[in-house]
Write a protein that binds this ligand. Structure first.
Ligand code: ADP
Length: 710
C-alpha cells in the first residue's frame, strides 16, 4: 500500500522519500481509520490527504477555511497532474451544479469546500449523489474555541458527516493543537477511534531570533536591505502599524504589499496574488494574512510586534521556509508589545475564564522574548516535546557570540535621570534629557538644569532609547499600563543605583545576509518567473526553490538527471523539463561543466567506497597530483564541500595533507588569531568575523593545519 503512495510521491510530486510522520498518516487513512495529524506548518500535511485521495476510489472532500486560497490550491494540484476543483461562495449556483455534475462524471478526485457550504441543505442533498470516500478537514483546530482561529461553521462538520449515506474516512489536520484543542477536535468532529499522529514540532531549517529593544523601523530597513531579493512577510499587530510600515517601505523604494481586514476584498486579493506570484517580495500584514498560504519560498518572517500566543507565533513564523531551505524568523520585541496585546485581549467580549487563559498565553510569549536559553527548546517544550537538546546552535540565543558587557555606569545614569524626572515621563523625553537636547519640551520643563542633563551626550537619542528599552525588557525598568506609557524604576534598578548590583548586557548583533544565491540559480529563477507569468501560476508551482537550488548545484543536462532532482516528477518534467534543460545545457557548455546529479553522486560515492582505495583517499591522491578542489569536484562529480570533507578526513586519519595551497598567505595569521579569539567550534562565527574574501575552505584548512580543536 505504502509502495503505491511512494509511487505517487515520485510521479506527481517528484520527491523520493516521505517526511517524518507522512507515511504513518497515509497508511492509517488507507487502512480506513479516522486520523488526526498534528504537524507544524510546512511539515507537509497537504500531501497526507492528497495522496490517499488519489489512491481511494471515489471523491475526497477537503474542508478548508480560506476561500481566497482554494483556487491557488486547486491550480497547484493541476500543475501536479491531479484533477481537483473547489466549491465556495465565489461561484454562481449554476457553476456549483456544473462542478457537482462533473464530479459525478468522475472528472475530479478532490473537491475543496468552504465549511459554510456544509450547512446548506441544497448542497447537502446535491453532494449525496457523489461517492465521498474521504473527508479531509484542514486547519481542524478551527473547530475549537480554545484554538486561535475559532470558526463556528466548523461545528457543522459533525452533523454533515452524519447526514451522509455512507460515512467516509475522516482525516483532521492541524499545525497547532494543545490538549484542550485536541480533545475538541476528536469530540466535535466525531472522529471514531482515531489514530493520532503528532510529528515532532521542530523545523530545523528555521533560524529563530528575538531582537529586544532595537529601533524597529531601523532594524527592519537594514534587514530587508541586506536581503533584497528574498521573499518575506512582516507581521504587525494593528492595521495602523501595517499602513505606517507599508508607507515607509514604499517610500524607501521596496516592492511591498499590505494585507489587513480594513482593505477591500479586491485589494487584499491583489496584494496576495502579487506576493504569491513573486511580483512583490515583501508583504506587511496583520495576522489576517497567511492561514493556508502555501508559498514555499518565503525566506523570512519578521514579527514587528510580539503576537499574543506561542501557537499564533509558531504558525505565523512557520510560514517561512516551507520548502525546507534555510529561512529566518525574527521577533522584534518592544516594551509596549505586551501592553498592546493585553489591551486587545481586554477589548474582546469573551468571558473572564477565557480572558485569563489568553493572558496566560501572552505571558508565555513575553517569557519567550526574555529567555536566555535556547529559543527552539523553549518552543518545543511549550508544544509538549520533552526530549529536546539544550542548545540548537540555530537560534539567536545559542548563536549569541557577543561579549557580555558591564553597562552598570550607563544604567545608573539612566536610572538616576528617570528618578530626577520623578518617574513621570516616557522613554523619548528621558532619552532627550540624557542626550542634552534643546528640545522645547525639555527646556520648558526645566530639565536642562538637572544634573543628569546631557550625561549621555555622546550617544544618539535613538541609541539611548534602545538602551532604555533593553533595560525595560530585562525588568530594570517598567512601563505603566496607560495610553502614554511612563517609564518607572523597578526594585532591580534601585539595587543598581545603590551600588548593590551590577548590570551586564550583550550588544545586539547586526542583521545578516541570508544564503548568497549563485548565478545559475538566478538564471533558473528568471526562467521560472517567465513560465509562471505565461501560465498565470505562482512561480513556486512551477518548481520550488529547493528544486532550483539543486539544479544549480548539479546542472543536469538530460531527462534522467533532471528527474533525479528533488521536486521534479514526471508531470513537471513533461511540462517544463525541456525549457529548463535547454538553459542548463547552455550554462554547462559555457562553464565547461560536467553534468552530475544527486543520484549519480550517491552512486559514485557508493562505488568508490567499495573500491580498494576509499573515496577520500582518491581525493587526496588527486590533490597531491596538483589538482585544485574545483578540478577534483568536476572530475569526480562531487560537491566542493564533499571534496573538502575528504581532505579533512584524511588529515584526521593521520595522512599528511599540504594545506598551504588552500590558505591565502596574507590571511593565514589573521585567521589563526581570530580562531584564538573566538574559538574553533563555529565556522560561521569565524567566517563572519573575517574579511569577506576569506572562504570557508581557507578557514577549514587553517583549522586542520594547526589542529585547532578539530
Ligand atoms: P503544511 O500544509 O504542513 O504547512 P505543505 O503541505 O504545504 O505543508 O508542505 C510544505 C512544503 O513541503 C511544500 O512545498 C511541499 O511540496 C513540501 N513537501 C511535502 N512533503 C514533502 C516530501 N516528502 N519531500 C519533500 N518535500 C515535501
Amino acid at each position: 500500500m505504502i509502495n503505491n503512495a511512494l509511487k505517487i510521491l515520485k510521479q506527481h510530486y517528484g520527491y523520493t522519500t516521505f517526511r517524518p510522520g507522512q507515511d504513518q498518516i497515509i497508511t492509517s487513512l488507507l487502512n480506513y481509520k479516522d486520523t488526526l495529524a498534528i504537524m507544524p506548518t510546512g511539515a507537509g500535511k497537504s500531501l497526507c490527504f492528497q495522496i490517499p485521495a488519489l489512491l481511494l476510489t471515489g471523491i475526497t472532500l477537503v474542508v478548508s477555511p480560506l476561500i481566497s486560497l482554494m483556487k491557488d490550491q486547486v491550480d497547484a494540484l493541476g500543475s501536479l497532474g491531479i484533477p481537483a476543483t473547489f466549491i465556495n461562495s465565489s461561484l454562481t449556483a449554476t457553476e456549483v451544479n456544473e462542478r457537482i455534475y462533473n464530479a459525478r462524471c468522475g472528472h475530479y478526485k478532490i473537491i475543496y469546500i468552504a465549511p459554510e457550504r456544509l450547512e446548506s441543505e441544497i448542497f447537502q442533498s446535491a453532494i449525496k449523489s457523489l461517492t465521498i470516500s474521504f473527508l479531509a478537514i484542514d486547519e481542524a483546530h478551527c473547530v475549537s474555541q480554545w484554538g486561535h482561529d475559532f470558526r463556528p461553521s466548523y461545528r457543522a462538520i459533525g452533523s454533515f458527516i452524519r447526514s451522509l449515506p455512507i460515512r467516509p474516512i475522516i482525516g483532521a489536520f492541524t499545525a497547532t493543537a494543545t490538549t484542550d484543542v485536541t480533545k475538541d477536535i476528536v469530540t466535535l468532529l466525531a472522529l471514531q477511534k482515531p489514530g493520532i499522529y503528532i510529528t515532532g514540532f521542530d523545523r530545523e531549517n528555521l533560524l529563530f531570533t528575538v531582537v529586544r529593544g532595537e529601533n524597529k523601523p531601523d532594524f527592519t530597513l537594514k534587514y530587508i536591505d541586506a536581503n533584497k531579493d528574498q521573499s518575506g512577510i512582516i507581521y504587525a499587530a494593528t492595521r495602523k502599524e501595517v499602513e505606517n510600515l507599508h508607507t515607509l517601505l514604499q517610500k524607501k523604494g521596496y516592492s511591498v504589499g499590505k494585507y489587513h481586514a480594513g482593505l477591500s476584498d479586491i485589494e487584499r486579493q491583489r496584494y496576495q496574488e502579487a506576493f504569491i506570484y513573486d511580483d512583490i517580495s515583501i508583504m506587511v500584514a496583520t495576522n489576517a494574512f497567511g492561514m493556508g498560504i502555501d508559498k514555499s519560498n518565503v525566506r523570512y518572517v519578521i514579527h514587528y510586534n510580539m503576537p499574543k500566543s506561542m501557537e499564533a507565533y509558531y504558525q505565523e513564523a512557520g510560514r517561512a521556509g516551507r520548502d525546507g531551505e534555510k529561512s529566518e524568523c525574527i521577533l522584534l520585541f518592544g516594551a509596549q508589545d505586551p501592553l498592546l496585546q493585553r489591551y486587545l485581549i481586554e477589548q474582546t467580549t469573551v468571558d473572564i475564564e477565557r480572558k485569563a487563559h489568553e493572558i496566560g498565553k501572552l505571558q508565555t510569549m513575553v517569557d519567550y522574548c526574555h529567555t536566555p536559553e535556547c529559543l527552539r527548546k523553549f518552543i518545543l517544550n511549550y508544544f509538549g516535546e520533552t526530549k529536546v537538546q539544550a542548545e540548537c546552535d540555530n537560534c539567536s540565543n545559542c548563536n549569541d557570540d557577543n561579549e557580555l558587557t558591564d553597562i552598570t555606569l550607563e544604567a545608573q545614569k539612566i536610572f538616576s535621570c528617570i528618578m530626577r524626572m520623578k518617574e513621570r515621563y516616557g522613554t523619548t523625553l528621558v532619552a532627550s534629557v540624557l542626550k542634552g537636547s534643546k528640545d522645547k519640551k525639555v527646556l520648558h520643563l526645566g530639565f536642562d538644569s538637572l544634573s543628569t542633563y546631557g550625561l549621555l551626550k555622546n550617544y544618539t537619542v535613538q541609541e539611548i532609547r534602545n538602551s532604555i528599552n533593553r533595560l525595560i525588557a530585562t525588568d530594570y525598568l517598567a512601563l505603566t499600563d496607560s495610553e502614554y506609557p511612563v517609564v518607572r524604576l523597578t526594585s532591580k534598578a534601585t539595587a543598581v543605583l545603590k551600588g548593590q548590583a551590577t548590570v551586564w548586557q550583550k550588544v545586539p548583533r547586526r542583521p545578516q545576509k541570508l544564503a548568497v544565491d549563485n548565478s545559475l540559480f538566478e538564471i533558473l529563477r528568471a526562467l521560472r518567473k517567465e513560465i509562471a507569468d505565461r501560465e498565470k501560476v505562482p512561480p513556486y508551482h512551477v518548481f520550488a526553490d529547493t528544486a532550483l537550488r539543486e539544479m544549480s548545484e548539479y546542472c543536469p543536462t538530460d531527462n534522467n538527471g533532471l528527474l533525479a532532482i528533488k521536486g521534479v516528477g514526471e508531470v513537471k518534467l513533461a511540462r517544463y523539463g525541456q525549457e529548463f534543460l535547454q538553459l542548463l545545457r547552455q550554462y554547462a557548455d559555457a562553464h565547461n561543466l560536467k553534468p552530475s546529479s544527486p543520484a549519480l553522486e550517491a552512486k559514485q560515492i557508493a562505488a568508490t567506497k567499495t573500491q580498494e582505495n576509499p573515496s577520500h583517499i582518491i581525493t587526496l591522491q588527486m590533490y597531491e597530483e596538483g589538482q585544485s578542489l574545483e578540478q577534483i569536484s568536476k572530475e569526480r562529480n562531487l560537491k566542493i564541500l564533499t571534496v573538502q570533507d575528504h581532505l579533512v578526513r584524511c588529515s584526521t586519519e593521520g595522512h599528511a595533507v599540504n594545506w598551504n595551497p588552500l590558505i591565502p598567505p596574507k590571511y593565514e595569521q589573521l585567521i589563526l588569531r581570530t580562531i584564538g579569539e573566538l574559538g574553533a567550534s563555529k565556522l560561521k562565527i569565524l567566517k563572519d568575523a573575517l574579511p569577506e574574501e576569506v572562504e570557508y575552505t581557507a578557514i577549514k584548512a587553517v583549522l586542520c593545519k594547526y589542529s585547532c580543536g578539530q
